[in-house]
Write a protein of this length. Sequence first.
Length: 281
Amino acid sequence: MTTGRHTATELDPALDDYQLASALVREAGQLALLMRMGGLQGERKTSVSDVVTAADHAAEAYVLEQLRRCRPEDGILGEEGASVAGTSGRTWVIDPVDGTYNFLHGSTYWCSAIALKRDDSDHGGNPVVDPEVLLGAIYQPELDKLWLGGQEQAATLNGDPISGSGDRAVGEICAATYIHPTWLADPRTAMPWHAAAITAASLRMFGSGSCDLGRVADGELGCWFQHSCPEWDWLPGKAIVRAAGGDTAVVKVNGMNWFVAGGPTAVRDLSAALASVPQFA
């Protein structure tokens, strides 16, 4: 596949799902990085900090093309609009560039991420909030870090086993998080976020949920929480955290879902703190 003057690799359909996921995020991340080196402009989506670039679109187009050729029966869902219905009961969830604001401004803290999920639905036929995820892959190109893991493979970082930071209380570890400044003006989100934030030993806010979750899985960060995550921001990291022996949860507070990851004790602590605030009618 050629995108402008950048050529990406045609992948072998004989690769297993883990090999395919790893190759897809590596190729997508390297494609985006090469395009940034050639010069990019961002386009505003919903806010100054929510932007998209040609690299996001090109990387997603590459992954879409490879999946349609290598896994024609699977569904595909991408942040930048890819949507393909499958017949296998499985869907690949793509985040071509997670942390686009960081990416556009020269930071190394961005990644390409992908997950493979089951097509779960509730009794009414609606998609579930937190579907079963089979595997996840996250690649941070400028640091050459590849996190991988799932139900059938323990979590690894560049092929080496990882197992989180241990099962410790949230008050003993740092919590990575993200909340857009506008949500801090809304008590429905500001109150639970504050209640959870003050329980941690320290806070980190870097701007890429998948990079954060990879580091929860490898122990560099203690735990993580954020509200209203789309599947492409949550499922790749969820799969890897769980494959590393960690826990995850989704807590509904004031009509909004909060996504939590870390060791079992930290997940319980954060979930309880989020749910401790007054409920709005």
